[in-house]
Design a protein around this ligand. Sequence first.
Ligand code: MN
Ligand code: MN
Length: 471
Amino acid sequence: MAIPDKDTLKEIQERLTLSSRLVWDHLDEAARQQVETYAQEYKAFLDAAKTEREAVLTVQQLAQAHGFVDLASGQDSKKYFVNYRGKTIALVVLGQRPVAEGLRIIAAHIDSPRLDLKQNPLYEDTDLVFLKTHYYGGIKKYQWLARPLALHGVIYRHDGQAITLRLGEDPGDPVLTVCDLLPHLARKAQMDKKVDEAFLGEKLNLLAGSLPLGDKETKERFKLHLLHLLSERYGLTEEDLVSAELEAVPAGPARDVGWDGSLVGGYGQDDRASAFAAVKAILEVNNPPCACLTLLVDKEEIGSAGNTSAQSIFLEELVARLLERQGDAASQRRRALMQSQAISADVAAALDPDWPEVYEKRNAARLGYGVVLTKYTGHGGKYHANDAHAEYINWIRQVFNQAGVIWQAAELGKIDEGGGGTIAKFLAAYGLDIVDCGPALLSMHSPFEIGAKADLYMTARAFGAFLAAKG
Ligand code: MN
Ligand code: MN
């Protein structure tokens, strides 16, 4: 073979080599503006939707503002939403082909790691009032100490009235906090121990008050003061806390991060980064080839069990109802699902330069290099992974390429270093094609997760291209 000249060599290199592309290198001025606009809307979404319930409400409001109607209303429309138990929401845009021929599905989760209040949370100790918690999802417990926490959720009174709580977000609100031990006394209790042994779930108690009611003769007068306050303010009794769902989450808004403001820091970006992109994509899709569905589910962080999770029959029932609206038999629902294409929209782990030892750099997601396609998740030899098929990945990368989407292929960390899963395998059980796809984050599962504005924007572009794609 003759040695190619310099120009030919360059051409060969560009044609044959897969090189990672920094999103910023491929954006013109107008697109850079769109990145920033998207980031501002996204931060507002993170602030409004810190729990699954808040996410469902926020998404429903957005959808209604875009002309989506409740499927249960019986109204004739091309755009529907279904709010299931306030914790799962589906947005549907009907397409040129009937639902019976399959859907284009983007599924993300809207629950995030946090501290849930226990059923009997309230107690006093050493003249201070506390609320006991049980952590939800995979957290590093020490990250939740010594920081302002807000309390979000719903409390049902004995008379049936729901009290919606959002304490600690307004700058004038008090916040709650879990105290940490001072370093001066932490040598044996924390420093000499393994992290798992140094920080215990039963010590994640929220400091909730220090005022007494009555005098020294009054039994548990600090706890009583707080109960009295809850009674005066909301008409609550201690028993009402048994049925309450209260979640302690990091207080305060999402922020721009970096001196250049190019990143977004905030709680719950796993997986509301993907959820918001999936919502934006379906709000903007116009006369798609096939029916589009954005499905936002609950309980992913605790294994997708429960009736609002990806393993519930909600999806099947939703498709049955859509079929009926189009005059087809509900019994076709599984056939329709089997012919569907889906994205399991979830975040990836970005390569952290402080911890290169846990990543395999050739297959690690890089912040700023676009939306991440993850063929398989799982752990230890792809165990419990969906492992998408070659045919499907090939189709989806063509879709992205044709739409000018900047994407990268990656997996979660080094082999046998750990691992994780998504909802992909649960939807795959319907026989549909599905692959994991979403933006990469730093500090995932922490109270302050970091995403790159360029990637967040590119994720919405990718999802839009997927919904609009022919084939
Ligand atoms: Mn996730
Ligand atoms: Mn997660």
